[in-house]
Design a binder for this molecule. Sequence first.
Ligand SMILES: [Zn+2]
Ligand SMILES: [Zn+2]
Length: 389
Amino acid sequence: MKATVWTGKNSVEVRDVPDPKILDPQDAIIDITSTAICGSDLHLLQGFVPTMQKGDILGHEFMGRVVEVGPEVTTLKVGDRVVVPFPIACGACWSCQHGFFAGCENTNPNSWMAEKLFGNTTAGVFGYSHLTGGYPGGQAEYARVPFADVNPIKVPDELSDEQVLFLSDILPTGYMGAEMCDIEPGDVVAVWGAGPVGQFAMLSAKLLGAERVIGIDRFDYRLAMARDKVGAETIDYEQQDVLEALREMTGGRGPDKVIDAVGMEAHSPRPDYAYDRAKQMLKLETDRPFALREAIMAVRNGGIVSVIGVYGGFIDKFPMGAVMNRGLQIRAGQCHVQRYMQPLLERIQAGEFDPSFVITHRMPLTEAPRGYELFHQKLDGCEKVVLSA
Ligand SMILES: [Zn+2]
Ligand SMILES: [Zn+2]
């Protein structure tokens, strides 16, 4: 089959690789119809996430038809159309039983690596380095999906791939970011990052009752999307001082809730950007937490800081004094996608919203390297690339 593989720093290729096989009686093989390139794939692309190996198949946002099931699979059959969540959950461990699917204790065969870096293991993830199990990803023609009764969700034929594909990651991730904010009527929610996850966090904040949503980014096309498609107000951080602008927009108090949808590769026009970038290059700091620091400084006293942007390791100059003295709460997490897929599918089916508005580029799987380039360099107004396999 054809698959998108990581071939070194800033290099991906579509190569012929062996077809996946059933390895466990609870596996299913999916014939992939649509798959997407995610912002977190860019962290892998650039080598910011350790433990990538040349030849690893990328991709953790995919859907398709079941073509084969293992003998112990009971809920899926050949021909079912499914979307696959990015964290691989076993469904049986303490974490899965408590809904913390991204913290599944059984699906990461390299749990020792995660334990060393994070203190405890995280779930296995498709196409997301050996730290999360080294599972082949879904930017390919086929994928093996473990625990097939627990993970994929069946989707009805009347919805298009583009309407349901993002249930695999970015829609639930954005939604969880807003849900962690415990939004109350009248709340102002500010979101750093108007990429696809940021757009869905803003959309979800509105669905959950925020009165005003403010998106912060530096790309015009992203800010325009936030205004036109989500009804957000926007701040261009290259044009305005974010803290000042937010104070002005909120009567001097700051937003009630803030969401970091940027993560480890934040940009900033301010001097600490050079500091963080240099430290990251020298591997003295794994992540550039600029958006997170700014979000903490911006939120009102007693506010909530929700972190859904990806961080890999350790950060510097963390404003713990602001967190403690102003009574802030920090909530974070890789998304427990399995919790949100069914309820969000039902909202899409009911016509409450259509997540396909973030898609700007569509191309065949064979053009994945071009998709990576457009998305990475933010060329041609690239917000989200969907590949058809
Ligand atoms: Zn993703
Ligand atoms: Zn589990």
